[in-house]
Design a protein around this ligand. Structure first.
Ligand code: PLP
Length: 392
């Protein structure tokens, strides 16, 4: 018996464990201090009432012989896919219900999609990066190249024609930087992918946070249907981090190497995935109802206001940052040339505020720091006041 040796190539990432340990140690040594956590990447508001009602009705269906449900369709129930298709239509993008796969979330799909691609493809990620893209491809033994997102390009890495890759992960609005690509920038990526016969894996997990006139989907870009797969999630959009539901869109005409990508992914899902539970799919469909959209937008607006509060404090302090406007994340340059961990300690000890050191997300995160808007309003305001008092 041999283990998959690619796992030996994973670089241990103790980012969140180290943050948790340092915070716990500080709290234990300073029990009188009120620590505010602005590092969390998880939502804190409860599910919308209309979503909970739909989930309860779904659970009740399972209690009766006439309405009981067994295994769902591999690609998700048609009424959920129709609802998602309608949602795309609401922002002007045409995606048909039979191009959608309902899943248990974007993390699984971002990682599992690699099953359908050969091992000798080269993968591009933008750096700093959501670590799942990197680790999933290291596990599969693929070569990874990094496109630098930095202050010079506004944390929006662009394609380099001298570099040839086969698979491109893009995340917009981005985790961790909060930066969102313009249509023009995405068109450059689509053109690059078409020229290189590459496939873009587009993670739109934060599209619901976009407030400006920016693309909500890669399929808003001409040519994307010939080169892109999109993964989205209800986790941040509708508070489904614990409920688990997302979706992946694969245009029917997308093909590579003589194979339909849709058909290949369908085959993979049919083999390794048995679908999302009935109550959760009922809840997911409710998210896309008129009332569901109204209710989830209230929650999103709450987080957006937190983000605005944090961003305006950084404006006042003259600190460079990206995000905040079209994203729940605010990515800031550590003041006074401090390193990511140095600033983490400084903020924890002097303001009792916890954030996430940027260097945990890659080389280009060094000297940067991530704050999130997923906390509650009162604590966000208090944290911001403390940061302002400390850095003024
Ligand atoms: N993609 C990005 C960029 C994320 O930041 C996250 C969660 O933090 C996910 C995907 C995971 O989404 P899900 O909860 O649907 O698995």
């Amino acid at each position: 018996m041999k283990i998959n040796k690619n796992f030996d190539n994973l670089v241990p990432n103790y980012l969140f464990a180290d943050v948790a340990k340092k915070t716990a140690d500080y709290a234990a040594a300073n029990p009188d201090k009120k620590i505010i956590r602005l590092g969390i990447g998880d939502v804190t508001l409860p599910l919308a009432p209309v979503v909970v009602e739909a989930m309860k009705r779904g659970a009740e269906n399972l209690a009766h012989k006439e309405s009981f449900k067994g295994y769902p369709d591999y690609e998700g129930y048609a009424f959920v896919r129709e609802a998602i298709s309608g949602y795309y239509k609401s922002f002007g993008v045409t995606v048909s219900a039979d191009e959608i796969f309902v899943s248990d979330g974007a993390k699984s799909d971002c990682g599992n999609i690699g099953d359908i691609f050969a091992q000798d493809n080269t993968v591009l990620v933008t750096d700093p990066v959501y670590p799942v893209y990197v680790d999933a491809n290291i596990m599969a033994g693929r070569k990874i190249v990094y496109a630098a997102s930095n202050r010079g390009n506004g944390f929006a890495a662009m394609p380099d024609d001298s570099v040839k890759v086969d698979i491109i992960y893009l995340c917009s609005p981005n985790n961790p930087t909060g930066a969102a690509y313009t249509a023009e920038q995405l068109k450059a990526w689509v053109d690059y992918a078409l020229k290189n016969d590459a496939i873009i894996l587009y993670d739109s997990a934060y599209e619901a946070f976009i407030t400006e006139d920016l693309p909500r989907s890669i399929f808003a870009i001409e040519g994307a249907r010939q080169c892109a797969i999109e993964m989205c999630s209800l986790s941040k959009t509708a508070g489904f981090t614990g409920t688990r539901c997302g979706y992946t869109v694969i245009p029917k005409e997308l093909a590579r190497d003589g194979h339909s990508i849709y058909d290949t992914w369908y085959r993979r899902q049919a083999t390794k995935f048995n679908g999302v539970s009935w109550p959760v799919q009922c809840a997911a469909a409710a998210v896309f109802s008129e009332e569901g959209q109204r209710q989830i937008k209230e929650n999103i607006a709450y987080y957006q206001e937190n983000a605005r509060i944090i961003a305006s404090a950084l404006d006042e302090l003259g600190i460079y940052y990206t995000g905040g406007k079209n994203s729940p994340y605010i990515w800031l340059q550590c003041p006074n040339g401090m390193g990511s961990w140095e600033f983490f300690d400084f903020l924890l000890e002097n303001a009792n505020v916890v954030g996430t050191p940027g260097e945990g997300f890659g080389e280009n995160g060094k000297g940067f720091f991530r704050l999130t808007s997923f906390g509650d309003r009162e604590n966000t305001i208090e944290a911001v006041e403390r940061i302002k008092a400390l850095l003024k």
